[in-house]
Design a binder for this molecule. Structure first.
Ligand code: F6P
Length: 320
C-alpha cells in the first residue's frame, strides 16, 4: 500500500457481541433472538468506514494475539493496512443488547487487556513511521487499564508536532487531559456528546447557547472543528466559519453501535477533501446514516453517502 491518507489508533479495541432481544427485561431470564460477533472498537470502526469512503487507511492499535483473526479478516476484506501490535491474551468482547427492533441498544463495555507504558511506547514508535504533514490521525476510544490518562494527549502531541491533523474521540479524564494541551498542540477536531463535553470541561451545557459558548472557547484555544453529538437532536458542527446543527432526514432502525465512528470517518473524509463547514456536516451525518442503514454489515458505501448527504437538514446557529 502507498502511504495511507489516514491512520486510526485504537488502544482498547473490542469484539462486539450483538445480542438481539425482543425487549430488554433486567433481572429476568430471557432467550435471545440471535447473536453475531463483529470486530469493533472505535478506531477499528472508523477505519472500516473510511475504507468504504475510499480513503486509504491504516489501523494501529493493540490486539490480543489469541483472537486477532476476526480483525485480520476485516483488514484483509476492506483493504486496511494492519499496523496493530499483538500482545498475549484476548481482545475484550463487548456486549451489545439490541432490543425493540433496534430502537434500543444497551452497551456493556468490558475493561479489556491491561497494558503497560511500554505498549504505549511501541504504539508511538509505530505511529512515528506513518506521520507526515496532512496525515489524518484518529485517536479513538477508551484507554485500557494500565495506561495513564494522558496517553491520548501524548499521541496527540506527537502527531500534531509532525504536522498531522488529529481527530480525538474519547471521554472523561483522557479527553480533559488532551484538551488541556497548549494552543499549538490542540487536536484539529473532537466529537464528544453533550455529557462527555460537560464532564471534560466541567461546564453545565444544558441549552444550545451553553454548548455554542463551550465550542467557541475550544476553537479560540486552537481546536479547528468541534462536533457535539446530541442524539435525536442531531449534531452541532462548529468551526471558525460558524456553527450549524445537522440532522438526518429520517431515523434509521437497527443497532446504533458504531454510527458515531462512521460520523468521525465522514469528518476525516471532509477534511481530506477540503470541504467547508456545511458540506462537512452533510458528509459526516450522511456517513453515520449510511452505516446505520447497512446494519449489520458495519460499512458505508461512498455512493450511498453522497446521495444521503444532499438530504441532511442544516440549521445555522448564531454565536450567543
Ligand atoms: O472504547 P470504548 O469507549 O470502550 O468503546 C468501545 C465500543 O465502542 C464502539 O467502538 C462503538 O462506538 C464499539 O465497537 C465498541 O464496543
Amino acid at each position: 500500500m502507498n502511504a495511507p491518507q489516514a491512520i486510526t489508533v485504537t488502544l482498547n479495541p473490542a469484539i462486539d457481541q450483538l445480542v438481539t432481544l425482543d425487549a430488554l427485561l433486567p433481572g429476568q431470564v430471557q432467550r435471545a433472538l440471535g447473536s453475531v460477533q463483529a470486530p469493533g472498537g472505535k478506531g477499528i470502526n472508523v477505519a472500516a468506514a473510511l475504507a468504504g469512503l475510499g480513503i486509504s487507511t491504516a489501523a494501529l492499535g493493540v490486539l490480543g494475539r489469541d483472537n486477532a483473526g476476526i480483525f485480520e479478516a476485516l483488514f484483509a476484506q476492506r483493504g486496511i493496512a494492519d499496523a496493530c501490535l499483538r500482545v498475549p491474551g484476548q481482545t475484550r468482547t463487548n456486549i451489545k443488547l439490541v432490543a425493540d427492533g433496534g430502537r434500543q441498544t444497551t452497551d456493556i463495555n468490558l475493561p479489556g487487556l491491561a497494558l503497560a507504558e511500554a505498549h504505549l511506547d511501541a504504539v508511538m514508535s509505530t505511529l512515528a513511521r506513518y506521520l507526515r504533514p496532512g496525515l489524518a490521525v484518529v485517536l479513538s476510544g477508551s484507554l485500557p487499564a494500565g495506561l495513564p490518562a494522558d496517553s491520548w494527549a501524548r499521541l496527540q502531541a506527537q502527531a500534531v508536532a509532525a504536522g498531522a491533523d488529529v481527530l480525538l474521540d474519547t471521554s472523561e479524564a483522557p479527553l480533559a487531559a488532551a484538551l488541556a494541551a497548549p494552543h499549538a498542540a490542540m487536536p484539529w477536531a473532537i466529537k464528544p456528546n453533550r455529557e462527555e463535553l460537560q464532564a471534560a470541561t466541567g461546564l453545565r451545557l444544558d441549552g444550545r447557547d451553553a454548548l455554542l459558548t463551550a465550542a467557541r472557547s475550544l476553537l479560540d484555544r486552537g481546536l479547528g472543528l468541534a462536533v457535539v453529538s446530541m442524539g435525536e437532536e442531531g449534531a452541532l458542527f462548529a468551526t471558525a466559519q460558524g456553527a450549524v446543527i445537522a440532522r438526518p432526514p429520517q431515523r434509521a432502525r437497527g443497532s446504533s453501535v458504531g454510527a458515531g465512528d462512521a460520523m468521525v470517518a465522514g469528518m476525516v473524509a471532509a477534511r481530506l477533501r477540503g470541504l467547508d463547514l456545511a458540506d462537512t456536516a452533510r458528509l459526516s451525518t450522511a456517513s453515520a446514516l449510511a452505516w446505520l442503514q447497512a446494519v449489520p454489515a458495519r460499512e458505508v458505501d461512498a455512493n450511498r453517502v453522497q446521495a444521503l448527504a444532499a438530504s441532511v437538514l442544516l440549521e445555522s446557529c448564531q454565536w450567543p
